[in-house]
Design a protein around this ligand. Structure first.
Ligand code: GLC
Length: 593
């Protein structure tokens, strides 16, 4: 048994680790059916080993009707046939362990698939022993659903079930019924399936929308309507389903029953999480999970309160991004732990969103973003394709898209709400989840960049002949080389894992300046988030930390634009940063004379 006090303590293995997320459908296809699979993953582990990552987070590979690409699970102990078999899984896991990598599985237990045997039983009658595994409500007197909430993937969160004469709750698609965590029997099932994978050798879980498992209304059973922000339609109900009163109790029970008995990494996906909640959940003394995926820095380019949600675009204001990151840094330093991410299978590509994907700046800005993210304290997560600076896809029409969220939003926005089709497509190009789901371009040769010899389930990025793994890896100044360097630095320099992170010039709209400090070590990171040259100085407070009679000299540790002016990197006053340039510098004390 792993002592509870060890969890999260300084020195826990995941504090200096970097994780890499694999979206199996789009990673590598070994059998020619156009869908990535486990053997495909095993065949590409050298790529990850060269990158240096110590953890792999694998998006769901369980049996599933694939209504939401595997986030709708019909058997938690089986592998989907299109991904392979349990034997393939064991082989992949052994190959990862042999390379010193750990595997974190996706745990999707806020909801199951409607094809799970629990739900097939549960919906058959009110007396069925599995009925209580899900969340049911009677209709209103006129037969209407219990309230006006709209599901994340559109339509009501309530779906009628004829055999029992009730509605069931689904916060996502109607094929993803929410599980009832109030039921002790359901919780026992979840603990058992977690043990199944941990006993098989997996090293932890990424927990899907984990702060939705306790429903806020369960305390009194009332289901108030959400405020009307879009008259005549359903109303966003998502916020009403997060952070219920028993969340911490359920998570602590999970820790006691399961996690304390294994050496794991746990990261909870937590929409609407605040820093306060982040601290409560990740503080090893009181909490339950090692870290959270919070969303505050992902919501800054959407108009707050707009009923279109994430699709209501607004330009990103850099000070908002810096302040949000800094708030999480300040709140968790010394008492909890951050995850660091700019990208995953639900988000657009970071180089297009936060950097510049024009040919002249794509590689440079992707390298700068890598420096900036990895300069914060926390465990960085790299999403497949990010390590070669893959940009968003210019989807010409909705026929190019596959994602249930995107397809439903498009149908309802245009068909029911009469929104402008050109604007809807522009929002999809900017925010659609398929941006992150185009297959990995492994090489520049055809027909499908080494992803599959069959027909890919979704088209590759149209520029795959120019942007692919083989080419980027061969470039010493490519994106891959920068990630590899940053991962290696984190392993060798404790200041990157454990040092305090401070943000400077937070109001500056184009420059991001960070420092990291641990004992005598002081590092400085300066990044230009704009297309013009910018000048920066060492913040005065940091200059003073050198002490009387001393000054700082900069030793470059990671430079996004190594071909720039040869002496520029060492300057700390009046240094000029090229468009989209980032520098990570270690400061060394020298006598000031
Ligand atoms: C999480 C997943 C997303 C999925 C949703 C429902 O947000 O990351 O892909 O659609 O939960 O499971």
């Amino acid at each position: 048994m792993i002592a509870a006090t060890r969890r999260g303590a300084v020195g826990a293995w995941w504090r200096s680790a970097v994780a890499y997320q694999i979206y199996p459908r789009s990673f590598c296809d070994s059998d020619g059916d156009g869908i990535g699979d486990l053997r495909g993953i095993t065949s590409k582990l050298d790529h990850l080993q060269d990158l240096g990552v110590q953890v792999v987070w694998l998006s769901p590979v369980y049996a599933s009707p694939q209504d939401d690409n595997g986030y709708d699970i019909s058997d938690y102990r089986a592998i989907a046939p299109e991904y392979g078999t349990l034997a393939d899984f064991d082989e992949m896991l052994a190959a990862m362990h042999a390379r010193g990598m750990r595997l974190v599985m996706d745990l999707v237990v806020n909801h199951s698939s409607d094809e799970h045997v629990w739900f097939r039983q549960a919906r058959s009658s009110r007396d069925n022993p599995f009925h209580d595994h899900y969340i049911w409500r009677d209709p209103k007197p006129d037969g209407a659903p219990p309230n006006n909430w709209e599901a994340a993937f559109n339509g009501s969160v309530w779906e009628w079930n004829e055999p029992t004469g009730e509605y069931y709750l689904h916060m996502f698609s109607r094929r993803q019924p929410d599980l009832n965590w109030e039921s002790p029997a359901l919780r026992q099932e979840v603990w058992a399936l977690m043990r199944f994978w941990l006993d098989r050798g997996v090293d932890g879980f990424r927990m899907d929308v984990i702060n939705m498992i306790s429903k806020p209304w369960e305390a009194d059973g009332r289901l108030p309507d959400a405020p009307v922000v879009r008259p005549g339609f359903l109303q966003p109900g998502f916020a009403m389903s997060c952070n219920g009163p028993r969340l911490m109790e359920f998570l602590r029970e999970m820790r006691r029953e399961v996690l304390d008995h294994y050496d794991t990494l746990t990261v909870g996906e937590a929409p609407m999480a605040t820093v306060r909640q982040g601290r409560e959940i990740t503080d090893p003394r009181t909490g339950a999970l090692d870290m959270l995926f919070q969303f505050e820095h992902m919501d800054l380019d959407s108009i707050p309160g707009d009923p279109r949600g994430k699709w209501a675009l607004k330009p990103l204001h850099l000070p908002d991004l810096k302040r949000t990151m800094q708030r999480w840094q300040d709140a968790l330093h010394g008492c909890g732990w951050n995850s660091l991410y700019l990208s995953n299978h639900d988000q657009p590509r970071p180089v297009s969103r936060f950097g510049c994907d024009e040919p002249a700046h794509r590689v440079g800005s992707a390298r700068m973003l890598a420096i900036w993210l990895h300069a914060h304290q926390g465990t960085p997560y790299i999403y497949q394709g990010e390590e070669i600076g893959l940009p968003n896809t210019p989807f010409a029409s909705i026929e190019d898209c596959r994602d249930i969220e995107t397809l439903n939003m498009h149908r309802i926005a245009i068909g029911e709400r009469g929104e402008d089709p050109a604007e809807v497509m522009a929002a999809i190009r900017a925010k659609g989840r398929d941006n992150a789901r185009t297959p990995m371009p492994w090489s520049g040769t055809g027909p499908h960049a080494g992803f599959t010899r069959g027909t890919p389930w979704i088209d590759l990025h149209p520029h795959w002949r120019e942007i692919h793994v083989e080419r980027d890896r061969a470039d010493p100044h490519g994106v891959f080389a920068m990630y590899r360097r940053l991962i290696a630095l984190r392993r060798v320099h404790p200041v990157l894992a454990e040092g305090r992170c401070e943000g400077w010039a937070l109001d500056h709209s184009r420059l991001a300046i960070l420092s990291r400090s641990l004992g005598d070590e002081l590092w400085l990171v300066a990044c230009n988030f704009g297309g013009d040259t910018e000048t920066f100085d060492l913040p005065e407070e940091l200059a003073l930390r050198a002490g009387t009679g001393w000054r700082w000299l900069a030793e470059p540790m990671a430079l996004s634009h190594p071909a720039g002016a040869p002496d520029a990197h060492a300057r700390l006053q009046g240094a000029r940063l090229a468009p989209w340039e980032g520098r990570m510098l270690r400061l060394c004390r020298v006598p000031s004379s």
